[in-house]
Design a protein around this ligand. Structure first.
Ligand code: SF4
Ligand code: SF4
Length: 217
């Protein structure tokens, strides 16, 4: 038997001993839960005691305020200017705009509203979370929420609809604007948003709850 054989055995025993020493050094604190400091905290990377994992989803860490997660459009403050759809590098915002003949309301910051959103969909399955759409939004109605866990079994569920017009209202506004149903709107962007087919027919979607990250039934 050569010396390499015995050296391997000694190395193995040494490695096991080192591992066991580390285990016994920390086993006393392993019953304590880790601090709930988020990654924005100065203590986040200084933690060396206690359980390092969380009982997710029952326990969660706070996410940074400037993180980029699921988008939300406060549709009552949206002036349907189409800037977000134009700037989006992956074309995941779909808007169907209907121009009104006059100003029909104002947003919470006082911006006049002249265009209705018959459809305002964001496909979060395509979104690359660049944040450009929130940057160009003139009324700041398009924002990143803190909802980061919105996995779905069906990719179609990642399309979030924010328009709140009924079919009757859409038909009425189209008639007033003298736009044939399903036709291009003067306020839309032909070739980019208006009339652009989706990847497959979309069932009516429940609106997402921006606090829980789940869709209401
Ligand atoms: S974050 Fe970027 S990719 Fe996602 S919708 Fe906005 S512009 Fe498009
Ligand atoms: S940029 Fe803002 S105001 Fe304009 S359509 Fe998009 S969400 Fe609405």
């Amino acid at each position: 038997m050569n010396t390499g054989y015995w050296k391997s055995i000694l190395d193995s025993i040494s490695s096991i001993w080192t591992g066991m020493r580390l285990t016994f050094r920390h086993i006393g604190t392993a019953t304590k839960s880790v601090s709930k400091d988020g990654v924005a905290s100065d203590n986040y990377f200084a933690r060396s005691e206690g359980l390092m994992s969380l009982q997710y989803p029952h326990e969660t860490l706070p996410v940074p305020d400037n993180g980029r997660y699921r988008l939300h459009n406060e549709i009552d403050d949206c002036i349907v200017c189409d800037k977000c759809a134009k700037v989006c590098p992956v074309d995941c915002i779909e808007i169907d705009a209907i121009k009104d003949k006059e100003v029909y309301g104002t947003t919470s910051d006082g911006t006049p509203k002249r265009i209705h959103a018959a459809r305002f969909d964001i496909d979060m399955g395509k979104c690359c979370f660049c944040g450009l759409c929130t940057t160009v939004c003139p009324t700041e109605c398009l924002t990143m929420t803190k909802a980061y866990d919105f996995s779905e079994y069906d990719v179609i569920e990642h399309i979030y609809s924010f328009a709140n017009m009924s079919d009757e209202e859409i038909a009425e506004k189209r008639k007033q604007a003298e736009i044939p149903s399903g036709g291009a709107s003067p306020a839309g962007t032909p070739g980019k948003t208006a009339g652009k087919p989706m990847m497959k027919p979309r069932p009516s979607m429940p609106k997402p709850n921006i606090n829980t990250g789940k869709k209401d039934d």
